[in-house]
Design a protein around this ligand. Structure first.
Ligand code: PGA
Length: 257
C-alpha cells in the first residue's frame, strides 16, 4: 500500500531500526507488532519496522493487510547497476518497503557518508516512491563545544533533497552520544533542537516546514518515551535497541494511545 500522509495535521510516527540484528525466527516479532497495532495499541501513531534487508520481504508479506509499514536502513543512490553488495531504493520498494532510513550516524561514521551522499540517497528514496527518514545529530564533543545547533543545521541543509515534497520526508534527530548508550538529552535540549529544526525547515523550504515530522532517536525506552514524545515539535521516535522485542516497542508506541 502506498504511504498516504495525513494532512494538514501531523500523524506521529514510531519507527524501529533493527540495525544488523534478527534472523528468520524473528519474523514472528513483526507479526506480533502487526496484531497489536490492529488491536489499537499504537493509537493514532503510524508504525514502521526497518529490519535488515534479508528479512524485509518476509516480514512485509507476513504483515500483509496490516497498517504497519516496513522500511530499509539504507539505500544506494542509483536505481541499479554494478554496485556489489548495495541495494537500491527501487529494490527496497519492490521488497515491500514504504520507508528508508538514510544518513544514520552509524553509516555517516563507519561508511564515511557525507551530507552530499546522504542527499543523493534521500533523493533516490523519493524517486522510488519511498519516504526518506533523514538522520541528523551531533557528537558529544560537538555538543560540549556548543556546536550542536550549527552542526545539525549544516547536516539539514546538506542532506535534504532539493525540490522535494515535504510529505515524503521525515527528519530524525539522533544525538550520536545518545545512540545505544542509555543517555538522553534533557527534555529542554530536545525542545531546543526540535524547535531549531522546525525553524530551519520553515526557512529553507518553499512550503511551510510544519508538515515535516521530526522524530527523536537515541536510547528511547518505554520508561522515557512518555516524557520525550510529549516535547513540543517531537512527532515520534526512531527506536533502535528497544524495537527488537514487540513488547518494548509497543510500550513505546503506546504513548500515542
Ligand atoms: P538506540 O538506537 O535506540 O538503540 O539508541 C537508535 C538509533 O540508532 O536509531
Amino acid at each position: 500500500m502506498p504511504y498516504r500522509p495525513r494532512s494538514p495535521g501531523l500523524r506521529p510516527l514510531v519507527a524501529g531500526n533493527w540495525k544488523m540484528n534478527g534472523s528468520r525466527n524473528d519474523i514472528d516479532e513483526a507479526a506480533k507488532i502487526c496484531s497489536a497495532v490492529a488491536g489499537g495499541e499504537a493509537g493514532k501513531a503510524e508504525i514502521v519496522i526497518c529490519p535488515p534487508a534479508t528479512l524485509l520481504m518476509a516480514m512485509a508479506s507476513s504483515c500483509n493487510g496490516s497498517p504497519v509499514r516496513f522500511g530499509g536502513q539504507d539505500c544506494h543512490a542509483e536505481p541499479s547497476g554494478a554496485f556489489t553488495g548495495d541495494i537500491s531504493a527501487e529494490m527496497l520498494k519492490d521488497a515491500g518497503a514504504s520507508f528508508v532510513i538514510v544518513g544514520h550516524s552509524e553509516r555517516r561514521r563507519a561508511h564515511h557518508e557525507t551530507d552530499k551522499i546522504v542527499r543523493a540517497k534521500a533523493t533516490a528514496a523519493l524517486r522510488a516512491g519511498l519516504v526518506a527518514i533523514i538522520c541528523v545529530g551531533e557528537t558529544r564533543a560537538e555538543r560540549e563545544a556548543g556546536g550542536a545547533l550549527p552542526i545539525v543545521g549544516g547536516q539539514l541543509s546538506g542532506s535534504i533533497p532539493e525540490n522535494f515534497s515535504l510529505e515524503r520526508v521525515v527528519i530524525a534527530y539522533e544525538p550520536v552520544w545518545a545512540i545505544g548508550t542509555g543517555l538522553t538529552p534533557t527534555a529542554q535540549d530536545v525542545a531546543e533542537m526540535h524547535r531549531f529544526i522546525r525553524d530551519r525547515l520553515n526557512r529553507h523550504l518553499p512550503e511551510p516546514g510544519g508538515n515535516v515530522r521530526i522524530l527523536y532517536g537515541g536510547s528511547v525506552k518505554p520508561a522515557n518515551a512518555g516524557e520525550l514524545m510529549t516535547v513540543k515539535n517531537v512527532d515520534g521516535a526512531l527506536v533502535g535497541g528497544a524495537s527488537l522485542t514487540s513488547a518494548e516497542f509497543m510500550a513505546i508506541a503506546g504513548v500515542y494511545r
